[in-house]
Design a protein around this ligand. Sequence first.
Ligand code: ADP
Ligand code: ZN
Length: 744
Amino acid sequence: MESLLDILGNGAESPASAGGATVPVLMPVALGQTYDYLVPEGPGIGPGHFVLVPFGPQSRIGIVWDGPQGEQKPLDRKKLKALTSVIDAPPLPLISLRFAEWVARYTLAPLGMVARMLMSADSAFDAAKPRFGVRLVDGAPPPGKISPARARALHFAADGLIRSKSELAQLAGCSTGVIDGLVLAGSLVDVAIPERGFPRPDPSHTATGFTDDQAQAVMGLVSAVDADNFSVTLLDGVTGSGKTEVYFEAVGRALAAGRQALIMLPEIALTSQFLDRFERRFGVKPVEWHSALSPTERGRIWKGVARGDVRCVVGARSALFLPYPELGLIVVDEEHDQGYKQDDRVHYQGRDMCVVRGNLGKFPVVLASATPSIESHVNAQQGRYRHIVLPGRYTGVDMPDVSAIDLRRESPEPGKWLAPRLVAAMTETLQNGQQSLLFLNRRGYAPLTLCRSCGHRIECPQCTAWLVEHRFKKRLDCHHCGFSLSLPEKCPKCAAPGGLVACGPGVERVAEEVAERFPSARIALLSSDLIPSLIDMRAMIHRIEAHEIDIIIGTQIVAKGHHFPDLALVGVVDGDLGLAHGADPRAGERTFQLLHQVTGRAGRALAVGRGLVQTHMPEHPVMAAIVAGDREAFLNYEIKTRQTGVLPPYGRLAAVIISARDKALAERTARDIARLAPPSEKIKVLGPAEAPIAVVRGRYRWRLLVKAPRDADMQGYLRAWETDIPKLKSDVRVTLDIDPYNFF
Ligand code: ADP
Ligand code: ZN
């Protein structure tokens, strides 16, 4: 940050132009303030415009703001520089500026970093390069010389459409030289190819017939849209109750009222199934926004949203920061999903920021889930959110019958991971021609590799973590920093050959056991490292839907949003995995949600499905609630735990993470920072403590946890603290995480 400021001070000075108008410009960098630039004479430049400005030694794109932000030094007119040009891109709507300011204030991230998220499509700011094509000239006389190639080209051009020269040449089976000749002869003319538009979803494309419960829920949501004001509704219903069908009606209503709509989904749930359903309801595919889009496509969509050509976006977290001028509804599906929390650069909870965006834009927000977050649930209980409940599945089929397998009494054979009862259920399911799913939230083959001779455990050299064996890739990988080693043949420490053993199961090892036990079954292994892209994932989901697969083994990517009609059995290989994280106040909630969702995949269309959860602690309240399918019991337990601990939503948390390459420096800085914490009656600072994963990427990490009651001014406290911290050594990094979801 310091170096950037230095650069700015030393930039080349432009000649003073006394009295010229200036505008404040925000740069998409880790700075919180705007800088004034002189505006050249000419057409008006207003707030939200993108401008190219000299910034230190560089030329960069910034955003014209509608007032100065952050600390402003007294203006020295002689040092003012002029902005270079206005970028040919639609300006940001003012509401995007207000939203960015809000997010920056709340997360304590520099406003420039939030602004950067508003510009998440570089190609939107590139000079538009119109593509050229050719079209038949109306009523042009035929060219003097008609070769067969020319005749074919004219034949295809006769429809009057604009095509690129190469496209037309290909159709006609001639060279582009022939097309050039026809242009010279005046039969064809060069014209710019208009940018591809966005088909509009049609709210009345189909009419869904609803059950009574659903119709009531639809009415609730539609009236929220009609109220044309801010509200939050929790749409709470078991998997398969029709939440999607129901909120589609609210989307249709907002679209019909001339507003834009946004449907947020966890990235992994952006399946083609979902897109197809949208198309069935609205006649066209929605515009998707996720990390797999090409840069050109991102730019096209960004501009389409800003111009209002895109009416409905279905997207992952970052879709919230697109420049909607007319947004009138946000639906956050799977609102409990942890994927909405961003833990990179700007630490924000996407679901919460959707509520903020609705509040600023004065429109309704719908949070949908079968297992709402405790936060949303408490808000609904306390009347801050409306609560709409869909009590049963649309098909009327009951929720799956879940039972626990107590591994202390029914253990798998040595070297195996599936208990006899689970194996028997899988055999039966296979014989009935139905599908089974095994869930284990652990990628790779084995989480630990151990030397039988010397006891050495193979660790990551840069992190406090064991390397995870990935047998298909024949590598040992670190899941924290990406360090990777090809699978050694002998112990790296004692060099004893053949002494290395894999300990514990990952999905690959479970798949190996399944292949051994069911040699004739068709098996699919779904794990993010084996299915590299959303596209491949979609193809695999299709195969499962089509029942080309008998047994599915997967990590949490199988838990979300998929409907497999022939799935009759879900086995959870290690139900305790999520409960082990001591420091994380949401460990119980997450385990409940994940296991409830994954067992809920069973028996969706046919008949009551079965869930079997392998566990060492069936008496744990969370496990007992999952097995009993008793959400109320879980909620009561969890809400009480949060209340007693003054944990979210009854209290507020912030994490301060201090890291450095130098071990002693990290610890010393953490202790110094802790000592500088302003005294407070209400707000407590816990720590510093070494982070559970004490070293990541070679950086030593210490954590402080700030705990405050709900009504305390957490941001004010942290800002006051920040100003007291002297300049830190360049090796030290301090990260602030408001409402942390990650406790490693
Ligand atoms: P949820 O989002 O609550 O999991 P969905 O909206 O996905 O539930 O509905 C589950 C299944 O039931 C889907 O296949 C959906 O098409 C079907 N369904 C739900 N409600 C209706 C309805 N009113 N008419 C026709 N099909 C419905
Ligand atoms: Zn590592």
